[in-house]
Design a protein around this ligand. Structure first.
Ligand code: GLN
Length: 479
């Protein structure tokens, strides 16, 4: 049974109080977090105060709202008023936002129990979680492996059941890739379906808050609560229809299979067979522009990041340097000392592609490619199919300290970035294990606002495979 429904059943039947359950989660975090580094901070008081409010409601005989009383984690780039939100960066260590992210506002209003802030790559830039100021979150399936990134702490906390579910953010795959490595369902909603207000910006035209959960039932329960229009986010859009008809035609493009590991190829081909057995129609499609998606993504993401991260000057908030000669020297020291190497690399790259003389050659070309990619996927895929199926990640789960070059690491995003570039919803569903026993994910990308249909297809897959790949590790809190 899905965790969220099970927890609410336990609470409603009186099998345990919300305080007892929360204390069990906090104890599990206390004992496992030293090894896993899933949490960057634990919000014990907030969790227990919410749990007490839930218990009082239950004692009054009131019914629980969706997600009420269910313990969860939030990625450390989602603003929580009065609670440290550091983006796992020294630049924001100790920063306590003055306002709540809209998603946290929605969850808080339902007495969702916030256990803590999940570890991540610094400012969500990375694929292994290892650029975090506290070091990367580990993969609970085998702590010699990364949990993925950038929402690595979110994935680690849910896979180890140190949280029932987690909100992460996905700019180029940061929800789906860690979900794949940790054997979870990861949903990146349609751009605009979930408000970004209070999500600390990395690349605003690509950023989207997403969900990491044990299975599609849990992800759906969370999505229904957080996919709400927000008048204060100008890119927020109302979902036209939360339950669109499922178009059971799945496109498969051979381009996504070049260079994938044999384990991933096998597991994803098996997933295609499963969908075929379920009565889905598999249609070969072409996506030749795939070879441009990584340069397009990295140029646009870095350009936007260089602009968004310009605000960290050590004057208004964040890290400050005590010794400087003048204002330029002060800002330069703050940025040199406060940011890690990957963040600095991207700010420099982004500044370069936006600079006069290079703007047309890089940024403008990438914008043009973005339009071409969107058009090609609409014409070639969604003109004929309801979904596009690809591996989530072309490689097996990565070992800690594998020492890949930045370019090799960026290459692992090849299958995920298209959904961000084209503003489409996408889901990663566990579909197998590699030769080292680490999970593998299959990705379904849908047309805009088909988020619920993707979860329907994921649910069909989970049922058809008897939940064989739904990770239920013998760790954390049993629910
Ligand atoms: N791995 C990608 C990057 O490093 C995606 C990050 C993300 O989605 N936040 O940019």
């Amino acid at each position: 049974m899905a965790r969220i429904a099970n927890i609410q059943r336990m609470l409603t039947s009186g099998e345990c109080t919300c305080r007892e359950l929360t204390l069990r989660y906090l104890a599990a975090i206390d004992s496992a977090n030293a090894d896993l580094a899933a949490y960057i901070s634990v919000t014990r008081e907030t969790a227990l105060a919410t749990a007490d409010a839930v218990d009082a409601k239950l004692r009054r005989g009131e019914r629980l709202a969706p997600l009420e009383g269910v313990p969860f984690s939030l990625k450390d780039n989602i603003s929580t008023r009065g609670l440290e939100t550091s983006c796992a960066s020294n630049m924001l260590a100790g920063y306590k936002p003055a306002y709540d992210a809209f998603t946290w506002e929605l969850l808080k209003a339902r007495n969702a129990v916030l256990l803590g802030k999940a570890n991540m790559d610094e400012f969500a830039m990375g694929s292994t979680c290892e650029t975090s100021r506290i070091g990367g979150a580990k993969n609970p399936h085998n702590i010699g492996y990364v949990s993925g990134g950038s929402s690595g702490g979110s994935a680690s906390s849910v896979a180890a059941n140190l949280a029932a579910y987690s909100l992460g953010s996905d700019t180029g795959g940061s929800v789906r890739q860690p979900a794949a490595f940790c054997g979870l369902l990861g949903l990146k909603p349609t751009y605009g379906a979930v408000s970004r207000r209070g999500l600390i910006a990395f690349a605003s035209s690509l950023d989207q808050i997403g969900i990491l959960a044990e299975d599609s039932d849990d992800a759906r329960a969370v999505f229904q609560v957080i996919a709400k229009p927000d008048a204060l986010d100008m890119t927020s859009r109302t979902l036209p229809n939360l339950a669109p008809e499922l178009n059971r035609t799945i496109g498969v493009a051979s381009e996504f299979f070049t260079g994938v590991s044999p384990d991933v190829e096998q597991a994803v081909r098996n997933a295609i067979d499963t969908f075929e057995r379920l009565g889905y129609e598999i249609v070969p499609v072409e996506f030749p522009l795939l070879r441009y998606v990584l340069p397009t993504y990295y140029i646009l993401a870095c350009a936007e990041a260089s602009s968004n991260l310009g605000r960290y000057d050590g004057i208004r908030y964040g890290f400050a340097s005590d010794m400087y000669d003048d204002i330029d020297d002060g800002i330069s020291r703050v940025r040199s000392e406060g940011f890690g190497a990957e963040v600095k690399r991207r700010i420099m790259l982004g500044t370069y592609v936006l600079s006069s003389g290079y703007f047309d050659a890089y940024y403008k070309k990438a914008q043009d490619l973005r339009h071409a990619i969107k058009r090609q996927i609409e014409d070639n895929v969604f003109g004929r199919c309801g979904m596009l199926l690809t591996p989530t990640v072309p490689t097996n789960a990565l070992k800690i300290g594998a020492n890949l070059s930045p370019v090799e690491i960026y290459g692992t995003d090849i299958c995920t970035v298209t959904a961000n570039i084209a503003e489409l919803p996408a889901v990663s569903v566990p579909c197998g294990n590699d030769s080292a026993g680490l999970p593998i994910g299959v990705q379904l990308i849908g047309s805009a606002f088909s988020d619920a249909a993707l979860l329907d297809a994921a649910a069909d897959f989970e049922r058809a495979t008897d939940r064989e790949f739904v990770a239920n590790l013998d760790m954390g809190v049993r629910v």
